[in-house]
Design a protein around this ligand. Sequence first.
Ligand code: NAP
Ligand code: 8YV
Length: 311
Amino acid sequence: MPDLLQIGGITDTMRDRLEAEFTIHKLADGTYPADAITHIATNGHDGVPSDVMAGLPNLKMVSCYGVGYDAIDTKAAADRGILVTHTPDVLNAEVASTTILLMLASFRNFLADEAHARSGNWEANGNAPLSRSADNRKVGILGLGRIGQAIADKLEAFNAEIHYHTRTKKDVDYTYHANLTDMAAAVEVLICITPGGPSTNKIVNADVMNALGSDGTLINVSRGSVVDEAAMVAALQDGRLGYAALDVFEAEPKIPDALKTMSNVVLLPHVGSATVETRAAMGGLVVDNLLEHLKNGKVLTPVPETAHLNG
Ligand code: NAP
Ligand code: 8YV
């Protein structure tokens, strides 16, 4: 059987299917037969460390559990003829739901209200303070791709006025902004849902957050690297930015202590796609890609940078 290197965890279902076709070695165990490894199963967080990829002379394919693959050097892979796959589309609706939950939690002060009810504060001290309506807002989406569009679709129910910024204008009726700071100035909510990596590194900088303003809400479900985290903390601390609702952080699982004490901030531990149903679909696609490659050398969902190697 061919040899597969497992980086990070996999589900029991994934293991059962993979064990029938591969001999599995775990990077975490420290030793593996480098010359024999032809396939890798990894995830968007762990990716493939460059020294590990460089040390596998017969690597042919990498299957990533997650749509974001910024932790994998796909150029190095493409240069060596290594196919890389990811899990697009199967998580669009889930990540969009998480984004809406973050927006509702922030605007409606949901978590503080829940604590007010649960703690007995309602009885002891009276009504909770009023919150902000999440309806009829101007929302700017940074990255109108598969998930960005799913977010826009769900925002229709809240009668949102949708704006977006991408590098190329899309064939949609929303308001396009070629400049991100201009979009931030035009909206009340900025939702980040681009890929990570060099082209988006800290593109939500102090200027963008100042433009969003003291009543503005920043929602990040993309990658921590997309937002200048230190500038965000400073903007929230001195009131230049009103609110933040965050699923992703620069140095996960570390979250800056300053954010944890702010009442105008909602924090999640990178759970955008983390439901039983969606993770099962993602895991299924990770394995389907590996098995398809074993069968005929092709894959189902290559990342664009290696798609030319598929076939
Ligand atoms: P996608 O379909 O490839 O869409 C990406 C969008 O971002 C496109 O509209 C693209 O348009 C835009 N974009 C790319 N680079 C840009 C740049 N430098 N400046 C402005 N816009 C840029 O990707 P997707 O499937 O929607 O996934 C998006 C990302 O969400 C993933 O890569 C991942 O990082 C993140 N994600 C997070 C979670 C979570 O759990 N929080 C879950 C899933 C995904 P242009 O190419 O025209 O610029
Ligand atoms: C995963 C994600 O949690 O798909 C992505 O890009 O960020 C999430 O769905 C991540 O890939 C960890 O494996």
